[in-house]
Design a protein around this ligand. Structure first.
Ligand SMILES: NC(=O)c1ccc[n+]([C@@H]2O[C@H](COP(=O)([O-])OP(=O)(O)OC[C@H]3O[C@@H](n4cnc5c(N)ncnc54)[C@H](OP(=O)(O)O)[C@@H]3O)[C@@H](O)[C@H]2O)c1
Length: 314
């Protein structure tokens, strides 16, 4: 265990006055909400980017209850809908330079479903939507002079993803294994981060890409994924069970993301909690799987993502 003085806490967040951060998936009770809250506490202008206007409004009210002068904006984006991502990016163009984009929104273990674009839902939401959003916002991240992109991955990238998700997301090959696919989406977050960071450096652009994982935090992720809701019948039971067994809270689960978004760290850094199995604890720089560092897989996923989303960058 590191001495308390060496452990990162939100007290280490710098003053963020004058900085603008976009956080996707900020619904109350989730990691994105607590990420946005702490950034707002440090005076960042925070853009809450989510798919349901009423949840954006709830999240903004909850932040304002703690930080009355929080500078908040809201933008509607459904990451599982490429046209919606394009509309959101067009709306965000008026926001000016962006210092940080936190690609936090995600789904886990959803039953098999194709999006309107014909893509498998978990890959669409957790990877292709964020890939497109990042590319569309890149000019604004460059304009800030020191932009950052933070992906929220998961240790599940180690446990269930035996290979990179390089197949055609419009075609289901073999049986759909929801947990394998979830792990692959979180592996995709890391493959994307490392490839993006390398491309940004190669292009000489003033933007870094980092990743974080929260450990195991009591959010609504499991109930949302299984049932598409958090209350009523089995969804309530699952939500309560997750709350009971989670080693970390949603507030603390946001710390690795906050560290990755603001600490003085090089690109391609991965941050996660320091406790047993990295399920909870204070954030520190950690490592990701060997597979996540496979440069061939990184490049191939990038090419597939360009083809699926129709954007090429940097
Ligand atoms: N909780 C954990 O222990 C854990 C562990 C490892 C990684 N993670 C990662 O942490 C991130 C945040 O999850 P969470 O635990 O905070 O779960 P959560 O409470 O379910 O929050 C997920 C957020 O993503 C949003 N979202 C889902 N689908 C979307 C879409 N199509 N378009 C836009 N937004 C969408 C949700 O919006 P709605 O409210 O509208 O559904 C919600 O705001 C995810 O990427 C997840 O993979 C979590």
């Amino acid at each position: 265990m590191r001495p308390a003085a060496d452990r990162w806490t939100p007290a280490d967040l710098p003053d963020l006055a004058g900085r603008t951060v976009v956080v996707t998936g900020p619904s109350a009770g989730g990691l994105g909400h607590f990420t946005a809250l702490e950034l707002a506490r440090r005076r960042a202008r925070v853009v809450l980017a989510g798919r349901r206007p009423e949840r954006l409004a709830d999240s903004a009210s909850a932040i304002r209850a703690e930080v009355p002068d929080a500078e908040l904006e809201q933008v509607v984006v459904d990451l599982a809908d490429l046209a919606s991502v394009r509309r959101a990016a067009a709306d965000l163009a008026a926001t000016g330079p962006l210092d940080v984009l936190v690609n936090n929104a995600g789904v886990m273990g959803t039953p098999y479903r194709r999006t309107g674009d014909g893509l498998e839902l978990q890959m669409a939401t957790n990877h292709f939507g964020p890939f497109l959003l990042t590319g569309l916002l890149l000019p604004q991240l460059v304009a800030s002079g020191a932009g950052r992109v933070v992906a929220v991955s998961s240790q599940m990238h180690r446990y269930t993803a035996r290979r990179a998700p390089l197949g055609d997301p419009r075609v289901q090959e073999g049986r759909y294994e929801r947990w394998t696919v979830y792990g692959q989406t979180k592996l995709a977050n890391l493959l994307f981060t490392y490839e993006l960071d390398r491309r940004l450096r190669r292009a000489g652009l003033p933007v870094k890409a980092l990743a974080a994982h929260p450990g195991f935090a009591s959010t609504h992720l499991a109930a949302n994924g299984q049932y598409g809701r958090t209350t009523g019948g089995a969804a309530s039971i699952l939500d309560a069970a997750i709350k009971a067994v989670s080693p970390s809270t949603p507030a603390k689960g946001a710390w690795p993301t906050l560290m990755a978004a603001t600490a003085d760290l090089p690109g391609a850094t991965y941050v996660g909690p320091d406790g047993l199995f990295e399920w909870g604890g204070a954030p520190r720089v950690t490592t990701s799987s060997r597979l996540s560092h496979d440069e061939t897989a990184q490049r191939r996923l990038w090419q597939r993502s360009e083809e699926v989303t129709g954007i090429r960058y940097p």
